[in-house]
Design a protein. Structure first.
Length: 368
């Protein structure tokens, strides 16, 4: 049996930062620590540019897909490459195009950092950029909705009805801006402040369409204004991986009387997972450099033959573990061993494993 939709009114919608600090703050600290570490990690310029561009693309793609956009990642990349002076006529591509315009300030390099002032004007401008030129019935860019809506459905675990009257929406939006800009909130960690804004903006749902895209864009602005590297793009990427779980965590929080613990745990856990993926990606070039340095040292010390080095380099380039049979049978490995015996190939693989350069599992040999 599905749960009855929770109906928000001006009397029941409360802006709060109530959550279980014992459960949430250690997770927040892990996210902050890892984000700071990755921001200071040495990175080749071309690697940094590639990662920044990829996060930007996947964040906008994720935000659009969460709103029902059906473009694939490659199609989204093509839409985002369209010159700004020639907006696409196709609705799906225009949605991506609009998101890029709305998030332009996030991608722009900054010299000064601080606390973003969230205003009604900022929300209206961002919403206008998000929905401009799109065929959304009853939606006017930068205008509050004039009708009641229900968000979610039983297949998503439930639904809620945000405030209905336009005057209530206007009053509550002004109250949200005042609250998120208040001194206590300005002194919260930016990651937490951005998350609190995102949660309560979702509760308010002030527009007829484009609410989540607008909210995620402003959330990214809060994080970018604070000078946080990489993080502005991660919430949309994380939510796009687990849309159903994200919405259910949100419902759990609003049904618990605005105890934000379930949603914050899910949100911060998602950010942590994305940061760990990013860490592996950032460290990969450094690990390759370190590995190549060790290989050179081992060759210089006579602990590694030229053939063994060539075998190792081929395995490093392989997409999957390599078996002894593949070494003897498959090109290019077999070119190294066409005049060698099975014993020689096995000895080379075991030597590379002994040196800690390879590891052996049930599928074969892979980089250690």
């Amino acid at each position: 049996m599905s749960k009855k939709a929770l109906v928000f009114s001006p009397d029941t919608l409360r802006y709060t930062r109530r959550f279980d600090r014992v459960r949430v703050l250690p997770l927040l600290a892990r996210v902050q620590t890892l984000a700071a570490l990755l921001a200071e990690l040495p990175c080749l310029p071309e690697t940094a540019q590639e990662i920044d561009a990829d996060l930007w693309l996947r964040s906008l793609f994720g935000s659009a897909s969460l709103a029902g956009n059906g473009l694939g990642l490659e199609q989204a990349a093509a839409a985002l490459a369209i010159p700004e002076e020639t907006p696409p006529q196709d609705q799906a591509r225009r949605e991506l195009f609009n998101l890029a315009r709305a998030c332009r300030s996030v991608a722009r390099p900054r010299r000064e950092f601080g606390v973003l002032e969230v205003s009604e004007a900022l929300l209206m401008k961002t919403h206008s950029l998000v929905v401009e030129g799109l065929d959304y019935p009853l939606t006017e860019p930068g205008r509050f909705r004039m009708r009641s809506i229900e968000v979610g459905d039983p297949s998503q675990g439930g639904s809620f009805v945000p405030p209905r009257q336009v005057q209530d929406i206007r009053t509550l939006c002004a109250a949200l801006c005042e609250w998120i800009n208040s001194e206590p909130l300005r002194h919260e960690p930016p990651i937490l402040r951005a998350a609190l804004f995102s949660f309560h903006f979702s509760c308010l749902h002030p527009f007829d369409a484009g609410n989540q895209r607008t909210g995620r864009a402003v959330q990214a602005m809060i994080l970018a204004a604070a000078g946080l590297r990489f993080l502005p793009w991660l919430p949309a990427i994380s939510e796009a991986r687990t849309p159903l779980e994200t919405f259910r965590a949100f419902l759990d929080s609003i049904q618990e009387g605005a105890d934000l613990t379930p949603w914050l745990e899910h949100h911060l856990g998602g950010l942590l997972a994305e940061l760990l993926r990013l860490k592996a990606r950032l460290l990969a070039p450094l690990e390759r450099l370190a590995r190549m340095g060790r290989i050179r040292d081992l060759r210089g010390q006579g602990q590694l033959s030229g053939r063994q080095e060539d075998l190792l380099l081929l395995i490093l380039e392989a997409a999957a573990p390599v078996s002894l049979r593949q070494v003897l049978r498959d090109t290019p490995f077999r070119l190294l061993y066409r005049e060698r015996t099975l014993h020689t190939a096995r000895r080379d693989l075991l030597r590379l494993t002994e040196l800690g350069l390879l590891r052996q599992d049930g599928q074969g040999f892979a980089p250690a």
